[in-house]
Design a protein around this ligand. Sequence first.
Ligand code: CTP
Length: 397
Amino acid sequence: MTSGNNMLEGKTIILGITGSIAAFKGADIASKLTRAGANVTVVMTEPACRFITPLTLESITGNQAVTSLWQETGGINHITLAEKADMVLIAPATASIIARLAGGFADDLLSCLVLATKSPVVIAPAMHTAMYENKLTGQNIQKLKECGFMIVEPGEGRLASGAYGKGRLADVEVIIGAVKLKLGVNGDLAGKKIVVTAGGTRESLDPVRYIGNRSSGKTGYEIAQAARNRGACVKLVTTAGLPGETVGMEVFEIEAAQDMLVTVRELVKDADCLIMAAAVADFKPEKPLSSKMKKSDRAVNIKLIPVPDILSEVKGKFLRVGFAAETENLEYNARLKMKNKDLDLVVANDVSGKGAGFGSDYNKVTLIYRDQTTKDYPLMAKSHVADILLDEIAGLF
Ligand code: CTP
């Protein structure tokens, strides 16, 4: 099944590259889409070819790059490409292509094919801040949004001129996240509201120290992205600063288990499903200090007290999915958690093994259901685990 995290497999994407200094990043985008299994054909404007050669893109995608309406490809270029596209992505998009599209122009291959396609169009602008902030560009972008185009906001940073400001092409990971969001909008989880927790909580000892754990947050982020890619409305509750794109999600950054509890309790009020992938602390210092603890030669005793168990505390008519990170008696302990925390589904994994679990990109899981059935899976990428889990959740809905 090509949904969720592997949704790009077999998709035909027309990548439009226009004449911005960020055109070289088009090669990275083409490469990442191709490696994810998409069939990418690059369409380049004449100015884009001054920044990067068609040969580069052809070598990356394995497909002929098309640079003009008149290039010999065996078809009517703009129509053939418009019709075969599952999506048209223009990255980077200059002020010029944005203005021409907003004006309905059909004066080169890229503008013609955008006008001719019935597939979704995603546009990632890149230009100097003054051009981006110009009222005309703003109006053009607004017009494109009203016509259903998705705009991936540029970021702030150092520009080609040396100045700092808004106008840098968005991160490649974010652009690809936007492609997935748009492609998956009518997926099998469309309309479902899913709350996902990710990362490890941090229990404060003093203003500079905390008690934390080894969770990388990867599993939670993969699940959140996979759910978004299948059309779900995702609310991600996470510890701050974890890597991973969150395009199209509502993100809530928290520190301690207590903050996570308060946030989750509020969010589940209208949720269809809660997936607790976070590694929540079990204990916290009884009396966190308000000023930094000074070094001393003597041993320090810190009294730890239990924190609330979030899954046990939040109640409601939503699907409840928990994880069971175990180092021994995997199934027995997981079943106990299912009973104690009133779960519909438990993702049990052995965190003692090398190459799986905390910090790794891989995991070996067993899914356990309320009716006691279990499904064992081999070691696989966490992105794949996320897809499998969401297949099961879609089934439970
Ligand atoms: N969990 C929670 N609140 C906590 C601790 C855990 O909601 N204070 C959730 C986790 O997010 C996970 C499930 O409960 O989905 C099981 O977490 P795990 O760490 O495996 O088990 P614990 O309940 O903490 O028990 P133990 O550490 O003794 O195994």
